[in-house]
Design a protein around this ligand. Structure first.
Ligand SMILES: [Zn+2]
Length: 416
């Protein structure tokens, strides 16, 4: 039976292969159709090939139908190694990326990996390539020791995380891939020191407001209804009202309160001397899980009704995104204890449980009644130009997850 030290040394010996695998991943674009991309198919074929040559017992594809992409499918890969118990420990990572944005902001092309000073540059290197590669190597190294698994071990590589999860983790949950009692890890949020485990997320509510007044010449405001003025008053009133009414604080989260922020506003008139007949703006609300989103929405409706009566304008409110948050994961659950122990053992820091403004795949497990823990060591460069992955983080995350899997899947067999 190998010792934990030997297992960690074996993970470390795969450093070059991990860099190579992540480089290859970066070369294969996996952008969703809502951003003009063709999805994850090519990338999934590369990963499928790695998994077919691994020690997993079975590798299955769960293809979600999506009319918007070539071959009309969004691929999800489920790799499993059976254990004695009918319970599985999962590492879940997403294959898709956001688009690169302004190419002139990238100092090297986003799909051409470049290794400089221990950092591998490329789109999706950190979000979520690091998790895919560290998860794969953690699992494969553990399985290569030949130990018998008490619990099963699974890797889920999912599509469509950056734009709603409908063809990804939500699809897999509907398909019944995961079972109550499974323990889930989602390496898709973290800090540079690896000292946070995310166990809770806020509700997410994005709203679009359209205020319709009456457009007139700016010299005759009394003849019209200035939609921008109505909209502006509404923005200030809503923000203050909601912030006060839903004002409880929870130190688990940063920031420790619900937030209700006006964000995007459309230009409706192009000249100075016209009173706008329309005003369009958006709110991004992140609400503590203790509150009911329906109550927030009915308060907003009541307020817009009053504004309509008072001003004569018409106000339409449409949700652009509504994601309820599940019950926070148990901060003393078995998954959390194993993770805390592994992080201490490998990195020498004690991670603390935190909540974030959302959202990761973990939330959908929590909504389904499962505990999910979000941990990795990252520079927090997701969605930025010149995104990179620190190779030490890549290798250390693999060591931490190999330790977690050893503790949960092989229990007593590993000599600590
Ligand atoms: Zn991500």
């Amino acid at each position: 039976m190998p010792s934990l030290e030997q297992l960690l040394a074996q993970v470390g010996s795969h450093r070059e292969e991990m860099v190579e695998a992540l480089s290859e991943l970066i070369r294969i674009p996996a952008i969703g159709p809502e951003s003009g991309g063709s999805g994850e198919l090519e990338r999934s074929r590369y990963l499928r090939d790695i998994l077919d040559h691994s020690k997993f017992d079975d590798v299955e594809m769960y293809d979600a139908l999506d009319e918007r992409v070539r071959l009309r499918l969004r691929p999800n890969i489920i790799a499993r190694r059976r254990g004695k118990a009918d319970q599985t420990v999962w590492i879940v990572a997403h294959m898709d990326t956001v688009p690169p944005g302004d190419l002139s902001a990238w100092s090297t092309p986003p799909f051409s990996p470049r290794l400089v000073d221990g950092k591998l540059y490329g789109l999706g290197a950190e979000d979520n390539g690091q998790a895919i590669i560290s998860g794969l190597f953690a699992a494969e190294t553990l399985m290569s020791t030949g130990v018998e698994l008490e619990r099963g071990l699974g890797i889920a590589l999912v599509a469509d995380e950056e734009a709603g999860n409908e063809k990804g983790i939500r699809f897999l949950l509907q398909e019944g891939v995961f079972k109550p009692g499974d323990i889930i890890f989602v390496p898709d949020h973290g800090t540079p020191r690896g000292d946070e485990v995310e166990i809770a997320e806020k509700h997410i509510l994005w709203l679009k407001f359209t205020v319709t007044g009456r457009q007139v010449h700016a010299s005759r405001p009394d003849l019209g209804i200035n939609a921008m003025r109505v909209g502006s008053e509404l923005i200030v009133f809503l923000q203050e009202f909601l912030q006060r009414k839903y004002g409880e604080r929870d130190p688990l989260f940063t920031p420790d309160r619900s937030t209700f922020e006006p964000t995007k506003r459309l230009q409706t008139v192009g000249n100075v001397n016209t009173i706008p007949g329309e005003d369009v703006f958006y709110f991004d609300c992140r609400v503590l899980p203790r509150y009911d989103l329906d109550a927030v929405q009915s308060d907003i409706t009541a307020i817009t009704d009053i504004f309509e009566q008072k001003t004569g304008a018409r106000i339409r409110v449409e949700p652009v995104q509504l994601t309820r948050s599940g019950r926070p994961s148990d901060p003393e659950g078995e998954g959390m204890r194993a993770l805390r122990w592994a992080v201490q053992r490998v990195l020498g820091v004690e991670p603390r449980p935190v909540g974030i403004g959302g959202g990761t795949c973990a939330n959908f497990f929590r909504l389904a009644g499962m505990d999910a823990y979000v941990w990795q060591t990252i520079e927090e460069l997701a969605h930025q130009p010149n995104e990179y992955c620190v190779i030490d983080n890549l290798v250390n995350d693999a060591k931490v997850y190999a330790t977690v899997l050893a503790a949960l899947c092989c229990g007593s067999q590993f000599k600590a």
